[in-house]
Design a binder for this molecule. Structure first.
Ligand code: HEC
Length: 476
């Protein structure tokens, strides 16, 4: 019988709590156990603590109960904060450590047995319910790894390609496996998810949260929100730097800005002022620039990613909607393809001279009902260049189609019907399949890039718009 259980069986509850807290304060050193195994504070802070904040289906979150009258005590979050301060994290670490027997078999630690289902080796009862059905639950594994002395996450079993479709009128985002065209996961609990992108190593997914004005960091292996990072205003779209260290967030509030988020230390490090509120931001394929567009001021704002200072701006004659780029042979940016407010097509801007060099208008499609309602000033709102740089895809909300042009000559080479109000476009890395969010159909269309035909219509959430291709690490 463990000393804790021994105390518990002999002492009345209040005295037991008192003794446990005393033990946690005076045990020296509190966090060193079997065979010198030491509990790691950083791992606890960054990997274990998010589990106490995460919403699991039909469970109350740990933090809702454990800030009150429990010997396993979590500090209450400060007003308006989504994570603990350093001092609070240290206190949480002390309290949690009191219910852990470092380095011993996991089922010796009350911290691990209490929230674990009894059928999986957990103890019979936890006033807070059972949160983990089995010992391979990825969150329970993180807690068990901490108890075993881990200082970093274990190596992933594999890293896979996924398409993430955010639902603009939903509180969730759907994850599609491009090998099967099925939904294989749902990221819950982000109301009005806007843009999505992923860490280059597949460890996490970033989603801008329009309801809370945060950048939400989602753990790829657990699909739980790991952090919510405060932004300077209401966000729109986002982009990740080539090295994965920073995420750029367009701030859709006057006077306009791009927030720079350090996703290693999980904090906003800079707010770069722009000319006008920002709708979309992109990192160029060579990683050198972050390019942000303003609808209200019709400006393209180009930020140097080495200094995070404005390099140049360009004013167009209409609001800036989605943009995309192609490259010269050396990888540097060649053109910006840009959709504009009230224009059914796209313009082409030379990245070096900053001059507009072409404008392509999409023709009407005979026999196709034209949608004029609910366009939000953007008849064409989705662009992508194929990974081989040979085709440009542009969606039309008016005619429910994607128009496909060859590059560099900009000749229309095909069209494909992709549902009502088609929006953003993303390619698989091999260039074989194109995914398009059809906001009016609550579906994502998968199109074979070569034959330009729809191969799957995948049901997702409410009003799917922004879409991204990401890598995701997996535990098994
Ligand atoms: C609905 C409220 C509630 C939630 C949610 C909850 N707990 Fe508890 N927890 C309790 C209560 C009540 C007790 C004391 C009674 C008991 O031991 O079951 C307790 C006891 C514990 C203990 C043992 C403390 C002791 O004094 O022995 C641990 C460890 C613990 N909880 C961990 C967790 C973790 C980890 C989570 C989230 C994964 C969690 N709890 C979620 C209510 C909750």
């Amino acid at each position: 019988m463990s000393p804790c259980a021994l105390f518990r069986s002999r002492l009345p509850a209040p005295l037991f709590l008192f003794v446990t807290v005393l033990l946690s304060l005076f045990a020296v050193p509190a966090a060193v156990g079997q065979a010198g195994v030491k509990l790691d504070y950083e791992f606890f802070k960054n990997e274990v603590q998010p589990i106490f904040l995460a919403k699991r289906n039909n469970n109350v979150r740990c933090i809702q109960c454990h800030t009150r009258s429990s010997s396993f005590r979590l500090q209450p979050l400060e007003e308006g904060q989504f994570f603990w301060t350093e001092e609070q994290s240290r206190q949480n670490f002390e309290y949690a450590s009191a219910f852990v027997r470092p380095g011993e078999p996991p089922l010796n630690s009350r911290f691990l047995t209490h929230p674990l289902a009894a059928s999986a080796g957990g103890d019979p009862f936890h006033g807070g319910g059972k949160h983990f059905a089995n010992q391979s639950d990825p969150e329970w594994r993180i807690m068990a790894d901490w108890v075993a002395g881990a200082t970093k996450r274990r190596e992933p079993a594999r890293t896979v390609v996924r398409i993430v479709q955010t639902n603009a009128a939903g509180d969730n985002s759907h994850i599609i496996d491009p090998a099967t065209n099925r939904v294989v996961g749902v990221i819950e609990n982000i109301e009005i998810p806007h843009g999505v992108t992923g860490a280059p190593d597949g460890s996490q997914i970033y989603i801008s949260n329009e309801s809370l004005h945060t950048l939400d960091v989602v753990d790829s292996r657990t699909l739980r929100i790991k952090r919510r990072i405060h932004l300077s205003g209401r966000p729109n779209n986002i982009a990740v730097s080539k090295d994965g260290g920073k995420v750029y967030v367009g701030i859709m509030e006057a006077p306009g800005a791009v927030d720079v988020i350090d996703v290693v230390n999980m904090q906003r490090v800079k707010t770069v002022p722009t000319v006008g509120a920002i709708h979309n931001v992109y990192v160029t394929p060579d990683g050198r620039y972050a390019v942000a567009g303003s609808i209200q001021r019709s400006t393209i704002n180009v930020i140097d990613t080495r200094t995070d200072e404005m390099a140049w701006t360009k004013e167009m004659d209409s609001g800036i909607r989605p943009m995309i780029f192609d490259t010269h042979a050396d990888g540097s940016t060649k053109n910006i393809y840009v959709q504009l407010s009230e224009f059914h097509g796209f313009a082409v801007v030379d990245f070096n001279t900053h001059e507009e060099i072409a404008r392509i208008e999409h023709p009407a499609i005979e026999g196709e009902e034209a949608h004029r309602d609910g366009l939000q000033g953007a008849p064409a709102h989705g662009l992508a260049v194929s990974p081989d740089g040979k085709t440009l895809w542009s969606t039309s909300k008016v005619y429910s189609h994607a128009y496909i042009h060859s590059l560099p000559d900009l000749k229309e080479i095909g069209r494909v019907h992709v549902g009502q109000h088609p929006e953003w476009i993303t390619f698989t890395p091999d260039g074989k399949t194109v995914y398009i969010g059809a906001a009016g159909d609550n579906a994502t269309y998968a199109v074979d890039a070569k034959t330009m035909t729809v191969v799957a219509k995948i049901d997702v959430g409410q009003t799917p718009k922004r879409i991204g291709t990401v890598l995701m690490q997996q535990d098994q």
